[in-house]
Design a protein around this ligand. Structure first.
Ligand SMILES: Nc1ncnc2c1ncn2[C@@H]1O[C@H](COP(=O)(O)OP(=O)(O)OP(=O)(O)O)[C@@H](O)[C@H]1O
Ligand SMILES: [Mg+2]
Length: 242
């Protein structure tokens, strides 16, 4: 297995407040890696550091051989890392088609390839094809999540990072979204998945990492982690946040 992403001993925080301490993690090319841990563990903070929204105070974030720690978000995107943030940030007044087009903003791709990219995301999410002209704001929660993922896929990322894609979705929609992640992985896209539905995440993942209070407390093949009590202890042993 070749590592596509290697996070090496990073410290990350907000202002003077430290959150992540000495966190290291590897994501192999072509795998799904699940990152789990209780509320406030630092999962979103880790994704923000990888995507260039937060600058690590220490450590390296090596992607395809290049250290991206401290690089601006646009450079991280150009390198091939796409982050679907918590809460599906869409242009609610714009149509599905326009949101997909906006996913290509600033991308250097030939006009002739754009149609193929639309076709690919519509093949993955047929329901979006039926709603091409609808405003994003009137879609169901599940369709909005699909659109947020599809928007990222328009750039054909090498690494797709998802922050709690199942949040607020009906179980059958969660199944559909996870199914798409498996198809993407099988097509060669590498995935880093933050998920509160831990069992579901570990079902589709190849490998998993467990964060607790800003530190990594466990890692292993997903099937092994699912059976171990590290995951439970991460939830039971965490500091309480309100
Ligand atoms: N913008 C911010 N400014 C200051 N502190 C923040 C900010 N965002 C998060 N934090 C703090 O950083 C810590 C980690 O938060 P983070 O959102 O990364 O956790 P998480 O694992 O994603 O949790 P959740 O499961 O609730 O999404 C928490 O203590 C949180 O209060
Ligand atoms: Mg979070």
């Amino acid at each position: 297995m070749t590592a596509l992403l290697q996070v090496e001993a990073i410290d990350v925080g907000y202002g003077h407040v430290g959150v992540l301490e000495n966190v290291s993690l590897t994501v192999d090319q072509g795998s799904i890696v699940a990152l789990v841990g209780s509320n406030g563990a630092g999962k979103s903070t880790l994704l923000r550091a990888i995507s260039g929204l937060l600058r690590p105070r220490r450590g390296r974030i090596v992607f395809a051989g290049t250290d991206l720690a401290g690089a601006p978000p646009n450079r991280v995107v150009d390198a091939g890392i796409l982050h679907v943030a918590e809460g599906r940030r869409l242009f609610r007044q714009q149509s599905v088609d326009d949101n997909l087009e906006l996913g290509l903003y600033g991308a250097r791709i030939a006009r002739s390839n754009v149609a193929a990219r639309y076709a690919r995301v519509f093949e993955l999410f047929p329901v979006l094809a039926e709603r091409r002209r609808s405003r994003a704001g009137v879609l169901s929660g599940g369709q909005q999540q699909m659109l947020a993922i599809a928007q990222a896929l328009m750039r054909e990322p090498r690494l797709l990072m998802l922050d709690e894609p199942s949040l607020g979705l009906a179980p059958i929609i969660v199944d559909q979204v996870l199914e798409v992640l498996l198809r993407l992985r099988d097509g060669g896209t590498t995935i880093l998945l933050v998920e509160q539905m831990v069992e579901r995440a570990l079902e589709i993942a190849d490998f998993g990492f467990v964060l607790q209070n800003g530190r990594l407390i466990g890692q292993g093949p997903a099937a092994e982690l699912a059976r171990s009590d590290i995951v439970t202890s991460a939830y039971v042993g965490a500091k309480q946040h309100n």
